[in-house]
Design a protein around this ligand. Sequence first.
Ligand SMILES: C[S@@+](CC[C@H](N)C(=O)[O-])C[C@H]1O[C@@H](n2cnc3c(N)ncnc32)[C@H](O)[C@@H]1O
Length: 217
Amino acid sequence: MKATYLDPTVGQYMLAHTTLPDDVLDALAVETRELTGDSAGMQISPDQGRFLTMIAQIHGAANAVEVGTFTGYSSICLARGLAPGGRLTCFDVNEEWTAIARRYWERAEVTDRVELRIGPAAERLRELPEEPAVDLAFIDADKANYTVYYEILMSRLAPGGLILVDNTLWSGHVADPTRDDDTVRHMREFNDMVSTDGRVTSIMLPIADGLTMIRKH
Ligand SMILES: C[S@@+](CC[C@H](N)C(=O)[O-])C[C@H]1O[C@@H](n2cnc3c(N)ncnc32)[C@H](O)[C@@H]1O
């Protein structure tokens, strides 16, 4: 369970009452643990994946962007929720991990709607054209650059577009005054910036490690 800041009994109850992932996502979770070891902890959780698919569906997302693909779990969840003809552009620096993602895009039958761009996302995101505007973005990469990714995406986001940001509660440490390391500081600064950004409406959701949903006016 990633929502370690919740009472474990409540957290397990919530997971037990959320629609389960399918066999492809289950197999990806197993293979990610086998092939990436401790890094597998970076993978989003099944409930978060369910939320991403449902938000993409509800929003009717047609031009989505993901920053931080790893072995592909969240990209499959987003791609499955896209509107007919929709596209997902994924950004990551790691060829080895995203090779696993490519294999699972085939298995999930979403390869036709997903494109991967390898390289530092702060550089590669700037290559995105202004049109068509992005209508849904998911940020789940290096925390130090969250503000950079947010600003680039904001400049390409349609009015009413959504940005979803992972790890914004950082195991609850952002709200614990005794915690103070680089990542905690990055996440606090990011959360403070979003909550005072007059261009958007935002809400922090207690899903997994904290998921902030941001809507551009
Ligand atoms: C938390 S993982 C993403 C997990 C993924 N969303 C999933 O569902 O499994 C973070 C990813 O960000 C990537 N990353 C780290 N720094 C990056 C950078 N500067 N530019 C692009 N990707 C980066 C890592 O290679 C890693 O795959």
